[in-house]
Design a protein around this ligand. Structure first.
Ligand SMILES: CC(C)(COP(=O)(O)OP(=O)(O)OC[C@H]1O[C@@H](n2cnc3c(N)ncnc32)[C@H](O)[C@@H]1OP(=O)(O)O)[C@@H](O)C(=O)NCCC(=O)NCCS
Length: 167
């Protein structure tokens, strides 16, 4: 699955006028290094590892989308997981990770990734789409989520006993 995006960054000699600035596609195993680098920017210094990337990319209820530059290098990523839920009598989906590399921010990449996930959620007949944001997330991040149609809802509690450490 691949979605060419029309919105271009400011014109530069390196960007052909006719080619899209970035496109969205499903992540593949070969993206492991790029995903690790993006996760580091998200605040997880150890990123991921090849085995976990293979596990996640082949999982039937997880989808990872990457936004790629014209050289097909990932400049942003979003992971979406979904599962059936009793109370909804249907499927719930969660945006688990979302990050755009710093040099590409404010060019519409984050919004395009979220819109892609929302469209995918529609196709899957998802009844609720959520994402958890850290309490210390910046006002800018909150503005981004609001601009993309999300509203603040419940509080997330995590159990400390199951985590070796948290970045
Ligand atoms: C949050 C993040 C994914 C946004 O990605 P992005 O590609 O820069 O966002 P977009 O360019 O698509 O922005 C869409 C809209 O969100 C709002 N927005 C985005 N960044 C904003 C900022 N820093 N300040 C205010 N509004 C902002 C704007 O309304 C923007 O539309 P506009 O540029 O036309 O005004 C990116 O900043 C990022 O990776 N941050 C670090 C990681 C993170 O916080 N992830 C989310 C928590 S899991």
């Amino acid at each position: 699955m691949s979605t060419p995006i029309a919105k271009s960054p400011p014109p530069s000699p390196a960007t052909a006028a006719t080619s899209p600035a970035f496109r969205i596609r499903r992540a593949r195993r070969g993206d492991a290094e790029a995903l690790t680098s993006l996760l580091k920017e998200l605040g997880f210094p150890e990123g991921s590892d090849t085995q976990t990337v293979h596990w996640v990319t082949s999982h039937p209820e997880i989808e990872i989308f990457v936004a790629c530059d014209p050289q097909d290098r990932p400049v942003g990523m979003l992971s979406l997981s979904h599962r059936p839920q009793l109370r909804l009598r249907g499927r719930i989906a969660t945006v688990d990770e979302l990050v755009v590399t710093e040099a590409w921010r404010r060019r519409g990449v984050g919004r395009a990734l979220l819109l892609h996930a929302i469209e995918r959620a529609r196709v899957l007949s998802v009844k609720r789409l959520e994402l958890a944001s850290r309490r210390e997330a910046s006002q800018e991040t909150a503005r981004f989520f609001t601009a993309c149609g999300f509203v603040e809802d419940c509080l997330v509690f995590r159990h400390e006993g199951l985590e070796a450490r948290r970045p």
